[in-house]
Design a protein around this ligand. Sequence first.
Ligand code: SF4
Length: 303
Amino acid sequence: MNAVIDNVKAAEKQAHENNKLHKRLCRLVGQAIGDFNMIEDGDKVMVCLSGGKDSYALLDILMTLRERAPINFEIVAVNLDQKQPNFPADVLPAYLEKLGVPFHIENQDTYSIVKRLIPEGKTTCSLCSRLRRGILYRVADELGCNKIALGHHRDDILETFFLNMFFGGKIKGMPAKLVSDDGKHMVIRPLAYVKEEDTERYAEVKQFPIIPCDLCGSQENLQRKQIKAMMREWEKKHPGRVENIFSSLSTVVPSHLMDRDLFGFKDIKADGIANPQGDIAFDEEPCSTPATVPGIIPLQREE
Ligand code: SF4
């Protein structure tokens, strides 16, 4: 009898946790959409669905938010079938039909092109992504979509930020919203505030029919892998550090960096007006600035 009661309690607790997770995802996605004005009345949003956990979560949450939104917008799910060996072509159409969302499967054999052009053993991802990008822009035009939604989340943004800093010598992350490089499309990342850990759990809870991402046989970028491992290590040993770094992306102080295009160092003059943002000489910088990103608890700096 006790075992039955324990099981019921455990199931109730699990259901409560799952509900909290769903609410958190809706709140963070809604917040990102609002903060960056990602979706407006009358938009037609093309949601790029790869078959990975993040894009499934994106589609699912956007559909929930659309039901509650005070504005009208359309969603079209799009998958690009790149003809990779063993790609289970029936999985996504079956899922999307059941979900009742308009969708389009674009069949383009980029796999053969990449295999033909890139010598064996060399990394294929950059050509593959370039081809994919061009195709998705065309499909967005053909479907009349003015927004392209991608499933990148907070950890993707941070990994890109570190990759650019460590290997590219730039302070540059991944934009939450930006016009595409062809100047014609608005690309949005509504999961920008969402942790990967949450999309992982959500995918388990919802039992999304995940399609493995290594069908092409290419290896994940090794440097990105190392950065991911570094961030996971920080999460374990220094709770709050990753959140604070992410929060710092929303709180940039150009006068305290060294980009002369962002701040006119050459022309500044002492005008006698006190400014708390000015130089504080030998004093240590105050370090308890609260985090500004929703869902992130402000922490004191680690010693
Ligand atoms: S992992 Fe394969 S499918 Fe993905 S971008 Fe690289 S080459 Fe393309």
